[in-house]
Design a protein around this ligand. Structure first.
Ligand code: ATP
Length: 264
């Protein structure tokens, strides 16, 4: 595999006054172009911290992130993030929320007409063209996440970072959106890093699952390959022996080998 993204010996220590806490310890991971990698681990182990370091929103204490061989340590349009709770601007319409990002990234390289077309194209990818003139308060949670995904995709990022993108949705909406993200990944070939708490979601969507040990000083405990052909269909997978084996492996890691002990 040719390295596309490399997390190289990352440690993260948070300090406040004299109090320090080591959250991540010696994180090493290489992603290939077009790979879909999920990060799973118990609450508080440092998944979001890791994603924020890739996004450039948080600096690693030591080590760093390389994208196509170049160090990235500040935010940039080459790494777009979709958060669990949409971060749409409430006073702008769906179209304007996506267009804002498009204007920011392509002001110099695309004409007005091209930016308009590109905005609509990305809304169409997530099936949200029909609601383009609505404001975030007028659409459902699942629709807001779709718009967040369109906004991220419209920046043509090299890496799409998803921080529990389906976490706040009901089960049916979640399943629809998972299917949409799988179809988009198949169509566009994005490199994706996704945080999840959901074992089935991780197995269904990922090429590899990165399992984190518990914090403090959390690290990568195991990386599991998910050798399931694409496109994947959730109903067929429900009884697929490879799917069930992967699922069991993740469950054993989380609930036997790295059982979560709630802090007193
Ligand atoms: N800015 C910060 N300053 C100090 N400590 C922080 C900061 N951000 C995160 N932490 C601590 O780092 C640890 C990891 O947090 P993080 O949000 O990365 O975990 P997580 O695995 O994403 O959790 P969850 O699954 O609950 O979202 C936690 O103990 C958290 O309190």
């Amino acid at each position: 595999m040719t390295p596309y993204v490399k997390l190289d010996h990352i440690d993260k220590v948070f300090s406040r006054g004299k109090v320090t806490s080591e959250v991540l310890k010696d994180i090493n991971l290489t992603l290939g172009k077009g790979e879909y990698v999920s990060i799973i681990g118990h609450s508080g182990c440092g998944k979001s911290t890791m994603l924020n370091i890739i996004a450039g929103l948080t600096r690693a204490t030591t080590g760093g992130v390389l994208l196509e061989g170049r160090e990235v340590n500040s935010p940039g349009p080459d790494r777009a993030v979709v958060f669990q709770n949409h971060s749409l601007l409430p006073w702008l319409t769906v179209y304007q929320n996506v267009r804002l990002g498009v204007d920011k990234v392509f002001a110099k390289t695309k004409s007005r007409a091209e930016r308009d077309e590109w905005t609509l194209h990305n809304l169409n990818l997530v099936q949200m063209t029909h609601a383009k003139d609505k404001r975030p308060s007028e659409i459902s949670g699942g629709m807001k996440q779709r718009v967040g995904i369109a906004r991220a995709l419209a920046m043509e990022p090299k890496v799409l970072l998803l921080d529990e993108p389906f976490g706040a949705l009901d089960a049916l909406t979640r399943a629809h959106l998972q299917d949409s993200v799988m179809a988009l990944h198949q169509k566009l070939g994005n490199t994706i890093v996704m945080i999840t708490h959901d074992v089935d979601e991780a197995v269904l969507l990922s090429d590899r699952i990165v399992m984190m040990t518990n914090g403090p000083s959390a690290t990568i405990g195991e990386v599991l390959d998910v050798p399931l052909a694409r496109p994947r269909k959730r109903i067929e997978l429900a009884s697929d022996p490879v799917y069930l084996k992967c699922r069991k492996r993740v469950l054993e890691f989380l609930y036997e080998r790295h059982k979560f002990v709630e802090a007193a």
